[in-house]
Design a protein around this ligand. Structure first.
Ligand code: SAH
Ligand code: SF4
Length: 355
């Protein structure tokens, strides 16, 4: 079985012609796949049945995700889904909405996708890292997560405006499928999302950062740093191994030099572990002078016993960075009560299912 949601537009042209149909049918097929809501081949009403039949005979299918659980935050701004694929794989996808600014009629609607089931990197504060690694997701499984929310939003007259690779898994450890998904989601003949509306977040796979810099893509990059020195970082990211903090900062500089786009450093603030003003000064020292932007994420508590620092400690940390001339924002918390940190809902649900 081959999912049509992994076929790039150029490949779709070849496929349609191979099946004995004119090229413009590929255009119709792509439009229907990405801008209508087909769940099965027979929903493609514009496509002649002879082509639909030929696709089925050749082993093509459309999507395979099923929503098994949906939870919406009290303010209605965050929706988290547990999706199941035909092979029983369970993953999380989140939608975060922000109220429209005065000049825009639509809210900003950011979909946060997973790229792996579990994660091999094992960050100690991350629910996904603690579940171990199960498998890489295919491009079509990444695309399906976005289209699932696109369908939900379309019913409300809204659409997906932004995409972040911040769900379960390490996107740069599943490079080829992740990039194929980015190409499908940004291709003007496919989903057509703006490349600049996409952020790829990595814990620091340096070879992947360098590869990404060489792609003809305008995506944004975020590096999850979490510590200003190797000793502390290795406690939080046990697989950081060969990649030092300095290596990551150098990789970010290379990315900037090559692409002209500044990298954001993400920093999960964990109470009593990496949130002191002393650590903040060290971080300011390490990052000073390279135009870095730091996004502080007061952590969502997970089973590991790690806690979020009090608000005043978060603000004190931010102030030290600002005083050190490092640009810094604190992430607005979204959906804490619905286990919004990646991997938490799946963990909670599997515990419930297993009693
Ligand atoms: N693997 C990639 C992308 C997925 S994680 C990465 O690590 O960057 C996306 C972000 O969520 C990362 O910055 C990660 O540090 C953060 N994160 C993970 N667990 C968290 C938690 N419990 N609370 C807050 N942020 C968390
Ligand atoms: Fe993997 Fe990112 Fe979680 Fe670390 S924070 S375990 S890299 S998903």
């Amino acid at each position: 079985m081959i999912d049509l949601y992994r076929i790039l537009p150029e490949e779709m042209d070849d496929l349609v012609i191979e099946l004995g149909h004119p090229r413009y049918r590929a255009e119709q097929l792509l439009r229907a796949l990405y801008h209508e809501s087909p769940r099965k081949m027979s929903d493609l009403h514009q496509i002649p049945s002879s082509l639909r039949d030929a696709l089925v005979t050749a082993g093509y299918t459309i999507g395979s995700e099923n929503e098994v659980y949906r939870v919406v935050s009290e303010d209605g701004h965050t929706t988290k889904l547990l999706l199941k694929f035909d092979d029983q794989t369970l993953i999380e996808t989140v939608l975060m909405q922000y109220s429209p600014s005065q000049d825009k009629s639509h809210p900003r609607s950011t979909v946060c996708v997973s790229t792996q089931v579990g994660c091999p990197m094992g960050c100690v504060f991350c629910a996904t890292g603690q579940m171990g690694f199960e498998k890489n997701l295919k491009a079509e499984e990444i695309v399906s997560q976005v289209l699932h929310f696109a369908r939900i939003l379309r019913q409300r007259g809204e659409h997906v405006t932004n995409l972040v690779f911040m769900g379960m898994g390490e996107p740069l450890a599943n490079y080829d499928e992740m990039i194929r998904a980015v190409r499908l989601l940004t291709h003007p003949r496919a989903f057509g999302l703006g490349q600049r509306s996409i952020t790829i977040s990595t814990v620091g796979v340096i070879s992947g950062i360098d590869r990404l810099a060489d792609e003809d893509l305008q995506v944004k990059l975020a590096i999850s740093l979490h510590a200003p020195n190797d000793e502390l970082r290795k406690k939080l990211v046990p697989t950081a191994g060969p990649h030092s903090v300095e290596d990551l900062i150098m990789a970010a500089k290379r990315y900037f030099k090559k692409t002209g786009r500044r990298v954001t450093f993400e920093y999960a603030l964990i109470d009593g572990i990496n949130d002191s003003t002393k650590v903040a000064s060290e971080l300011a020292h390490v990052l000073r002078g390279n135009g870095a932007h730091v996004n502080l994420i007061p952590m969502n508590p997970t089973a590991g016993g790690f806690q979020r620092p009090a608000r005043k400690k978060v603000l004190a940390f931010q102030q030290v960075l600002r005083n050190g001339d490092v640009n810094c924002t604190v992430r607005v918390e979204k959906g804490v009560e619905i286990s919004a940190a990646c991997g938490q809902l799946r963990t909670d649900m599997i515990e419930k299912i297993n009693g």
